[in-house]
Design a protein around this ligand. Structure first.
Ligand code: RIB
Ligand code: CA
Length: 311
């Protein structure tokens, strides 16, 4: 029995790899992609998502455009990491499949209301604007969501866009606060775990031996994407953030974490978007998230190659 998921995304090379992994995995039934402004503006993320669907041979998969800016702030993007297109590193044909006319937030609300309760998992790979807006507009959906698995936040790793905050949470802390206070079963893949999922030259080279257009494309994206992190951190490879969300659903045994309280800083401009994770349980604030901290990186990268090569 495959698991119904909606992927909310701001492609972004790492988002794109996560989407390919999901579409190549029979354990998951992707009901649709909902696009949000983040790495690049909404027009690009909703364009890029369709390119990735067609690369996977899934021009049938509905793709929705959602919010083009955060709930209460101006948009911050990350072309410095992902390139102006958001998918620099590989050239893909212009998408032929249409964008759905329905707004992504309405798709999320309507799909959750029509499906059996607790039968759909939301996978968030970007700023939480669409999901936060859906919860604000339709509070009744909270109890209908099986789980939200999201890439975002940081504790021991601190921030990647500011000294205090990870990009997805930084872009829309108000939306993140709604999600983290919703009471929904949350699994969080913060930088603490994604920074242990570092690409390796040997893995990229192996992708290119798979005789697979999808694997060749992932290799091109990764070659491009990793230059930012290797220059910044001096590491050999780059963290493949968003596929951790999908890999957790397919192979949770690859991950370890701790069920703790996590709250979002929304007031201070200095620490806006910080995930204040009570890792050592020094407060009596109730645990609201499984905060992942470790990964079997070899198993993770083998899973990506093995699945994406099937496309
Ligand atoms: O901080 C990493 C996150 O920000 C990833 O989701 C990446 O795609 C960007 O959206
Ligand atoms: Ca992303």
């Amino acid at each position: 029995m495959s698991r119904n998921i909606i992927i909310d995304t701001d492609p972004g090379q790492d988002d794109a790899v996560a989407i390919l992994l999901a579409l190549a995995s029979p354990e998951l039934n992707v009901l649709g992609l909902t696009c949000v402004a983040g790495n690049v503006p909404l027009a690009r993320t909703s364009h890029n998502a369709r390119q990735v669907c067609e690369l996977a041979g899934r021009a049938d998969l509905p793709v929705y455009a959602g919010c083009d800016r955060p709930m209460g702030r101006g948009l911050v993007t990350a072309e410095h990491v992902h390139g102006d297109s958001g998918l620099d590193g590989a050239v893909l044909p212009e998408p032929q499949m249409p964008l759905q006319s329905q707004h992504a937030v309405d798709f999320i609300v309507e799909t959750l209301r029509q499906a059996p309760a607790k039968s759909i998992t939301l996978c968030s790979l970007g700023p939480l604007t669409n999901i936060g807006t859906a919860l604000q507009q339709a509070p009744d959906i909270a109890e209908r969501i099986a789980q939200i698995v999201l890439m975002g936040g940081a504790y021991f790793e601190v921030g990647n866009i500011t000294p205090a905050a990870e990009f997805n949470i930084f872009v829309d802390p108000e939306a993140a606060e709604i999600v983290f206070k919703s009471g929904i079963d949350l699994v969080v893949a913060p930088l603490d775990v994604t920074h242990k999922a570092l690409t390796r030259k040997a893995w990229i080279a192996d992708l290119r031996t798979q005789n697979s257009r999808a694997c060749d494309t992932v290799a091109g994206w990764t070659d491009f994407f990793e230059r930012f992190d290797t220059e910044k951190y001096g590491s050999e490879g780059a963290p493949l953030h968003d596929p951790c969300v999908i890999a957790y659903l397919i192979a949770p045994h690859l991950f370890t974490g701790r069920h703790i309280n996590v709250e979002i800083e929304t007031q201070s401009e200095l620490t806006r978007g910080m995930t204040v994770a009570d890792w050592w349980r020094v407060t009596d604030r109730p645990a609201n998230a499984l905060f992942l901290c470790d990964i079997n990186a070899v198993g993770f990268f083998n899973l990506i190659t093995q699945r994406v090569a099937r496309l």
